[in-house]
Write a new protein. Structure first.
Ligand code: GLN
Length: 501
């Protein structure tokens, strides 16, 4: 039986009824990891078979013992290497953390384990989650399973690939400016960024703390709901974690969409960079929603054109502060200081400790990470912070206000997730501004703190996945999932595994 095309919820029900064991399911997906990872390079570290089987056997005996577990008990999952997990290194795809072994699990990861899920391993990413192509990994770029010469997107590229290639039914990643939704869009899978604060950031290695959120990848919207149900919820160890009751995210999935008010953002749909095939996919989705009883309205986000500039001030500012902790004295990569390098300290005016830090950070961090640290440090420096950082905070508020206004008229927003389908490996890597501009449709949800989801929407003439994005007001994940699930049922997309054999 081909397990990779079943929904995780379906597969979980089969495990619960003991039609298939957790051991069999785990072995099946681990074998696919071993079979395909040499082609797509999605994984940074994989648990060995004995460790995976040990996890699986434990869940099997809990099920046999009659313990009532979550609907996802026994299902394999992969975890972006930005989330702390005991038993493997947590590298953030950086040389800086290559040997970092966290002594604890991130709260989101711990909740998945407590729910009886089987962790297969850690997925590749852009270093410290900075990037849109996974090419900024210090180790290797990942490949898009639909076209191996193209990027799977980023920064959670490896996570999207493991789901797209059927190496794991589920994955979790982080989304600071689109890093779950954009790779999901490039790889033909579903990806969700929750409301800021809904999922704990404890154990998520910080990039830009006011924007970072953890979110799931899956082939089925109902599976996104099931994973979110497990990982969402208040955590006293994250001071920005929302202390709100988490509604049942699965019970409303089948609610009819009659009367739903859908807004189409003019500024997105008319954007000059928007690929015509993606624009068409948005229009087709609009028609499908109308056929399900929804009404369509045009809405405006007048400050939308400032979103990339705003994000690329705020995110680097926060990153420059967050990444200051990797100073090589307490932890992180430490350069071996040659006598030549040490003697440089006398000429540079730095003492040997400072020189060691400078050399370690120079060697341990990649180009893009250094670029962001310098951008952020500049934008925060005396005399400039009012003009850049504080100004960006004000524009962030305007962008959030635009959304608030829009959501007075409509229940959800429909638009593109990314201006183009997956681009080629190497195509933008030497042009950071081009790389940044691609993020225009995703960063807004992070700036406004609202939930957003990308869904597959067919394929281009060349066979590349197309995608659309849905956005909802804060804490309206259930609504977003309901709309997504109905669209999937109505045929917007069928889960497809990229064929690699
Ligand atoms: N591509 C964006 C960036 O490079 C978003 C990254 C993310 O969401 N982690 O910052």
């Amino acid at each position: 039986m081909q397990l990779e095309i079943l929904s995780a919820v379906q597969l979980g029900a089969m495990i619960a009824k003991r039609e298939v064991s957790c051991r069999e399911v785990s072995k099946y997906f681990l074998d696919r990891v071993h079979q395909f990872d040499s082609i797509v390079s999605a994984m940074v570290n994989v648990f060995d078979e004995a460790t995976v089987m040990e996890q699986a056997d434990q869940v099997d005996s809990r099920i046999l013992g009659g313990e009532k577990l979550s609907p996802l008990a026994g299902l394999p999952i992969t975890i972006k290497d930005v989330l702390c997990l005991e038993g493997l290194p947590t590298t953030c795809s950086s040389k800086m953390l290559q040997n970092f072994r966290p002594p604890y699990n991130a709260t989101s990861v711990q909740r998945l384990i407590d729910a009886g899920m089987i962790v297969l391993g850690k997925t590749n990413m852009d270093e410290f989650a900075m990037g849109s192509s996974t090419e900024n990994s210090a180790f290797f770029p990942s490949r898009n399973p639909w076209a191996l010469d193209r990027t799977p997107g980023g920064s959670s590229g490896g996570s999207a690939v493991t789901v797209a290639a059927g190496m794991s039914p589920l994955s979790i990643g982080s989304d600071t400016g689109g890093s779950v939704r954009q790779p999901a869009a490039f790889c033909g899978v579903c990806g969700l960024k929750p409301t800021y604060g809904l999922v704990s950031r404890f154990g998520l290695i910080a990039f830009a703390s006011s924007l970072d959120q953890v979110g799931p990848f899956a082939h089925h919207v109902e599976d996104l709901a099931a994973v979110l149900q497990v990982i969402a919820g208040h955590d006293p160890r994250d001071s920005t974690s929302l202390n709100v009751a988490i509604p049942d995210l699965t019970s409303g999935l089948n609610a009819p969409l009659k009367g739903l008010r859908v807004g189409v953002v003019r500024e997105h749909q008319d954007h000059p960079a928007l690929d015509p095939e993606i624009s068409k996919a948005v229009q087709a989705t609009q028609k499908l929603l109308q056929s399900l009883g929804a009404t369509i309205e045009e809405v405006h986000l007048p400050n939308s054109r400032h979103s990339v500039a705003t994000y690329y001030v705020i995110a680097p500012c926060e990153a420059s502060s967050n990444l200051a902790r990797y100073e090589a004295a307490h932890y992180g990569y430490r350069a071996r200081m040659t006598t030549e390098a040490s003697s440089k300290s006398s000429t540079s005016g730095r003492n040997p400790l400072e020189e060691m830090m400078v050399v370690s950070r120079s060697q341990g961090l990649g180009e893009e990470v250094k670029r962001r640290i310098m951008l952020g440090t500049f934008a925060l420096s005396a005399g400039y912070s009012d003009a850049y950082y504080k100004q960006a905070l004000k524009v962030r508020r305007l962008i959030a206000n635009d959304y608030q206004q829009a959501f007075q008229k409509v229940d959800v927003l429909l638009g593109p997730a990314f201006p183009t389908p997956a681009f080629r490996l190497g195509e933008k890597i030497d042009d950071p501004v081009q790389m940044y501009l691609g993020d225009q449709f995703t960063v807004e949800a992070n700036l406004a703190g609202i939930p957003a989801m990308s869904l597959p929407a067919g394929f281009t003439r060349d066979g590349l996945p197309l995608a659309i994005q849905l956005q909802a007001p804060q804490l309206q994940e259930a609504r977003l999932l309901n709309v997504g699930h109905q669209l999937q049922r109505a045929g917007l997309f069928e889960p497809k595994i990229a064929g690699l054999v």
